[in-house]
Design a protein around this ligand. Structure first.
Ligand SMILES: [Ca+2]
Ligand SMILES: [Ca+2]
Ligand SMILES: [Ca+2]
Ligand SMILES: [Ca+2]
Length: 396
């Protein structure tokens, strides 16, 4: 797989082609070539909930959530996040280890996917009081009761619990997210499984290993997360919510219940007995999920939009579906179907195509003529300068 890194601004100069992709393995050599996205002061952890009106929240002595450095990267399919903390990332009290209660710890990347402060919710944390606005979705990991609990996605674009329970739940079943104004309090939270199904989850739920993975360094100070972009689902128009070519704004936070914190010790609490919530957020940064194919070509950032690839119809489908694309100039291209593991299933179009709209039918069979299994597939339209990928679902 090819591999790209992008800094905080647009442009070709920020691409550093690393030799190896990030591995979620608890080893951090793979992050050395990735530029620091943002640094954060040490010892600036604050009370998660207590906001005197217009004032700064209360200080907390809590090194485990004291964020000091953030990095961010991507490849064709995934977003990768890195955080460094003064203390131990993911440490929680555990009732199975004799603590009085089970603690919680959150490793959070909050994303404004449309770079628009009207959609999404405000974050009232960090060094940028009073508000940083516009966050639509999260990719995050919850640690609970001494260990990993879930790596989940969150959509914060609801204005009432009623809206969550009706539209939100239905949208999740349909695999879509609407970009809309939201609040911190109302959200859907889900784990995506490798077969592309989603499970609605809530905090402290059962341990579910979905497609988001995390690894913490042996000393606990560093952690790396991988979140496949397709797990953020699609807009009602069939566009990926998070995808190649988009510019997003990212905010990194650590937050935890703090039964084992220095603050709890300072207050004389019995170890693991009481919550002393604390969180730390770094300044948000803008990040372009550079489309690799537009980057390798010369002067590509100035290229006109020459190709459009539409959502297949019908979708989900059985047994066949139509894929439409439009060219504004003659193009040499391939249209290839991949399975979720990235294996080529079949090539359904190849050669030189004239300007205009083209329709290609796929009969749901691989290159050997065998009917493919139900599930998620990708179709990729590739030319010398562009590459577009969309998802589709075969449902027998
Ligand atoms: Ca690694
Ligand atoms: Ca900090
Ligand atoms: Ca937004
Ligand atoms: Ca901070």
């Amino acid at each position: 797989m090819r591999w790209w890194l992008t800094g905080v601004a647009l442009g070709l100069t920020l691409q550093a082609a690393a030799q190896n992709p990030i591995q979620i393995d608890g080893d951090f050599m793979d992050w050395q070539a990735v530029p620091v996205a943002v640094t954060d002061p040490a010892d600036d952890v604050h009370d998660t909930d207590g906001y005197p009106l217009g004032g700064k929240p209360l200080y907390r002595a809590y090194s485990d959530v004291d964020l000091i450095e953030v990095k961010f990267a991507h490849d064709d399919e995934n977003l990768y996040g890195y955080m460094k903390a003064t203390g131990v990332i993911g440490r929680t009290s555990s009732d199975t280890l004799g603590h009085a209660r089970a603690g919680r710890y959150y490793f959070i990347f909050t994303i404004d996917v449309d770079d628009d402060t009207v959609t999404g919710y405000p974050l009232r944390e960090g060094g940028y009081y009073p508000d940083s606005r516009g966050y639509d979705v999260n990719m995050e990991v919850e640690f609970y009761n001494g260990g990993f609990n879930t790596g989940h996605y969150i959509n914060h674009e609801f204005l009432s619990q009623y809206q969550v329970d009706t539209q939100g739940i239905q949208d999740l079943k349909d695999g879509i997210i609407r970009l809309a104004p939201g609040t911190y309090d109302y959200y859907t939270q889900w784990v995506t499984l490798p077969d592309s199904s989603t499970i609605l989850v809530s905090d402290r739920g059962p341990v579910i290993q979905g497609i988001i993975t995390i690894a913490v360094s042996p000393d606990g100070h560093e952690a790396e997360i991988k979140a496949p972009m397709w797990g953020f689902l699609e807009t009602p128009e069939g566009e990926p919510v998070v995808g190649l070519g988009k510019t997003i704004v990212v905010s990194a936070s650590l937050e935890a219940s703090g039964e084992l914190s220095e603050e709890a010790v300072k207050r004389g609490y019995t170890p693991g007995s009481k919550s002393v919530w604390g969180s730390d957020t770094a300044d948000p940064f803008r990040y372009t999920i550079s489309d690799p194919s537009t980057k390798v070509s010369k002067g590509s950032s100035q290229l006109p939009r020459t190709i459009r690839l539409d959502q297949n119809y019908p979708n989900p489908f059985n047994p066949s579906t139509m894929i439409c694309f439009e060219l504004t100039e003659p193009q040499e291209l391939t249209l290839v179907i991949y399975d979720v593991a990235g294996r080529v299933v079949t090539t359904i179009a190849q050669g030189k195509y004239s300007p205009g709209m083209h329709r290609v039918n796929w009969n749901g069979r691989d290159s050997q003529g065998r009917r493919v299994a139900s599930g998620l597939y990708f179709y990729e339209l590739r030319t010398e300068t562009h590459r577009h990928v969309r998802k589709m679902i075969v449902a027998h």
